[in-house]
Design a protein. Sequence first.
Length: 190
Amino acid sequence: MPRNGLALAVALGVAVPALAGTLEGVTLPDEVSAGGKTLVLNGLGLREATILKVNVYVAGLYLPAKSSDPDAILKPELPKQIVMKFVRNVGKEKLAEAWSEGFAKNAPGAGGAVSAGLERLNAAMADVKSDDTIVLTYLPESGTSVVVKGKDAATIPGGDFARVLFSIWLGPNPPNVGLRDGMLARTPAR
C-alpha cells in the first residue's frame, strides 16, 4: 500500500493486514504477543523427514529482537516461541518419539527436571493433521507452555528444560540443518 494509502487507512480506522513470513505455502505473522511481550518473527524453517525429504512442518521462531546467535537465544532469561504449522498428518507417538530423539541428541544425560519435563511434553501430544499447529512458548517467569491444536496442553517449569527443548531446533544436532538455518535467518526463506 502506498504511504498515503496507509495513512488514509489508519485515519479511517481500516484494518491494515500485518506483515507476515511465508515458506512452502505456510504464512506466519511477523509478530506475536506472549505473556504481555511482543515477539518478532526471527525466521522460518522447513522440517524435512527421511532421505526422501518429506515436508512435515514449517516452524517459525519468535524472539524479542532478531538474532542469529543460538547461544544467546537459548539463554534462560530470553522469552521465545516456536510455532510449528504442520503440512502433513503426524501421530502423537511419532511426535513423542521425535521429542525424545531431539532431547537425546542435544542434551545427552540430561536428568531430573528435564526428564520429567520431557515426559510431560510427550504426554501432552495429540495426533496432528495438516494445518494443525503446536506452539511452544517459554517465558522465564512461568516456564514453557505447550499448546496443541489451539488447546493448552501443558506448562513445564524451568529454564533448563526450555534450553534443551529449544536446542532441538537451534542446537548442534537439529532434525535437519536447513530447518535450524531458516529459523536463525541464516538462509533465505523459499
